[in-house]
Design a protein around this ligand. Structure first.
Ligand code: DC
Length: 210
């Protein structure tokens, strides 16, 4: 089974690199951040406070999440657009720090990949926790102002300062949480994407594969 793990903070270029790499290698692409966002979306929709850890963990028993390359469906409701909105974005780090949520999503991610015979998987703990034996582990990063600039372009309704502040807050939560914080996996290829284009990065990654 061919598995490529791509980790890094928001705006580091993970989705772009992972999608292109999956296409070039003929593999499926899985965005695990979308799964954490789906859980935050489900909690908000059910009126559960994302900070109520037990209630959110309990909810995992009966939440249906379908993620593919173009859409995210939560309990049969199309949440593709809403999971990228400010409400979910603000709640997602709290949900992602929940041990019960992580346990369940890691299991679902492994079976998603097993069912498809491999894939290019992006997230925060893919090379460290979900697939530590991946054929290739990549850690993408970029200067904070570059990352905030990229995110700002995607979310047109917020000003740059707001996006940069939200991102800094999320970086702190994601890297300092107790369970599976974002960190470079052992043996990961570390790439700063600030001043490089996608094709250049893809060429480098493809040259590392047989
Ligand atoms: O990649 P993203 O911004 O869509 O991720 C949303 C949040 O989910 C992010 O704040 C960290 C969390 N996350 C995680 O903890 N583990 C993953 N494998 C993927 C995302």
């Amino acid at each position: 089974m061919r598995v490529i793990a791509i980790d890094g903070p928001a705006g580091s270029g993970k989705s772009t690199v992972a999608r292109h790499l999956a296409e070039r290698l003929g593999l499926e692409y899985l965005d695990t951040g979308a799964m954490y966002r789906a859980v935050a979306f489900a909690a908000l929709r059910r009126g559960i406070d994302p900070a109520e850890a037990d209630k959110v963990a309990q909810m995992m028993g009966d939440i249906e999440i379908e993620v593919d390359a173009t859409s995210v469906v939560v309990d049969r409701v199309d949440a593709t657009i809403e999971i990228r909105g400010p409400e979910v974005t603000r709640a997602v780090s709290t949900v992602a720090a929940n041990a019960g949520v992580r346990r369940e999503l890691v299991a679902r991610q492994r079976s998603w990949v097993a069912r498809r015979g491999g894939g290019v998987i992006e997230g925060r703990d893919i090379g460290t926790v979900v697939f530590p034996d991946a054929e290739l582990k990549v850690y993408l990063t970029a200067r904070p102002e570059v990352r905030a600039g990229r995110r700002h372009k995607e979310v047109s309704d917020l000003d740059y300062e707001q996006v940069a502040a939200d991102m800094a807050r999320r970086d702190t939560l994601d890297t300092t949480r107790d369970i599976d914080p974002l960190q470079e996996a052992h043996g990961a290829m570390i790439i700063d994407t600030s001043d490089r284009d996608v094709d250049d990065i893809l060429d480098e990654l493809l040259s590392l594969l047989p």
